[in-house]
Design a protein around this ligand. Structure first.
Ligand code: ATP
Length: 301
């Protein structure tokens, strides 16, 4: 073990489900089985881990434009602290090294279908792996991540990935286009994931068939994605009708190749030819919404 004394920072990028098919339900607990292709956007939270002499356990400070939504909750339930405790236990890190201040800069809207909490948990595991000098391989961090939530393992690498099982089974993504733009928009209304799954009506979908060679450009990707769906979209619109307005506004943006909801909503995305087009298009959306435009966080799988 070779601990790092200074602060360590890690970005926590937003997850975007390019499609999300609900395949069925798991026997033992009724959790939904999914097939989804996930990419990570350049929109991020930030987690900083700072050694805190004189304390005995990890503590949390939250700041940033979306921090308010978390202030009503017990900090001990925050995924950042849960991730820190889980890694300290697994790596047998006790005081004084376990005494860290975790500073979370919250920019991603909470409960919005882009997995901000999962991204924060994964960024915490990466930051503490470095701060504590563990140097664990990715698979070992993913093992800890799995105990924190189904989406957390995918957020460790934060690269395009195909998710199966209840989200925890990871398979390589076909190659993404070298240039791809994403616009994200949210009507500033939280949607609880269990409520959306509960409101889902209808049968189950088949897994998608994706081209093994991947996609050369955004147009080809959008064309293939148009044959697929987010199976949670109708339920989310039923619970939160403004989601339909967001989708209509994204579809009306110049250069929009495809618009769809991410995860269990209410954030929706538009695919664009490149990051510059997406950044310019996001400016045209209503200021009252949370909106972002840019490229992928990391394009290669
Ligand atoms: P998912 O798609 O993984 O269900 P989401 O994008 O809809 O997630 P998150 O922003 O990850 O939603 O938040 C889900 C819930 O997790 C929040 O309502 C909150 O109670 C809890 N939570 C705990 N820690 C965090 C965190 N660091 N950031 C956001 N939410 C957190």
């Amino acid at each position: 073990m070779n601990p790092v004394a200074a602060a360590v920072g890690e970005a926590a990028p937003a997850k975007v489900n390019l499609y999300l098919h609900v395949l069925g339900r798991r026997g033992e607990d009724g959790y939904h089985l999914l097939d989804s292709l996930v990419v990570f956007a350049g929109a991020t939270d930030q987690v900083e881990a700072v050694p805190a002499a004189g304390r005995i356990a990890p503590s949390l400070e939250v700041e940033g434009p979306e921090a308010g939504a978390l202030s009503v909750e017990d900090p001990a339930r925050n995924l950042v602290l849960r991730a820190a405790r889980a890694l300290a236990q697994e790596a047998r890190i006790g005081a004084p090294a376990a005494a860290v201040t975790l500073r979370l800069t919250k920019r991603l809207p909470v409960a919005s279908g882009i997995g901000g909490g999962s991204a924060d948990a994964a960024a915490t595991l990466r930051a503490l792996d470095r701060l504590w000098g563990l140097g664990w391989p990715r698979a070992r961090l993913e093992g800890v991540a799995r105990r924190l939530g189904a989406d957390v393992p995918a957020c460790i690498a934060a690269r395009p990935v195909r998710m199966g099982g209840v989200g925890e089974v990871l398979a390589p993504s076909p190659r993404m286009p070298a240039r791809l733009g994403l616009v994200l928009a949210n009507p500033r209304l939280p949607l609880a994931t269990p409520a959306v799954f509960g409101a889902r009506a209808g049968g189950f979908s088949a897994p998608a068939t994706l081209p093994e060679a991947g996609w050369r450009d955004a147009v080809g990707l959008a064309r293939d994605l148009a044959t697929l769906r987010n199976d949670l979209e109708p339920a989310a619109i039923g619970l939160c009708p403004p989601v339909a307005e967001v989708l209509a506004a994204l579809r009306a943006l110049p250069g929009c190749l495809l618009a769809r909801m991410s995860g269990s909503g209410a954030t929706c995305f538009a695919l664009m030819a490149d990051a510059a087009a997406a950044a310019a298009a996001a400016e045209r959306l209503p200021r009252a919404w949370w909106r972002w435009g840019g490229g992928l966080y990391a394009a290669t799988a």
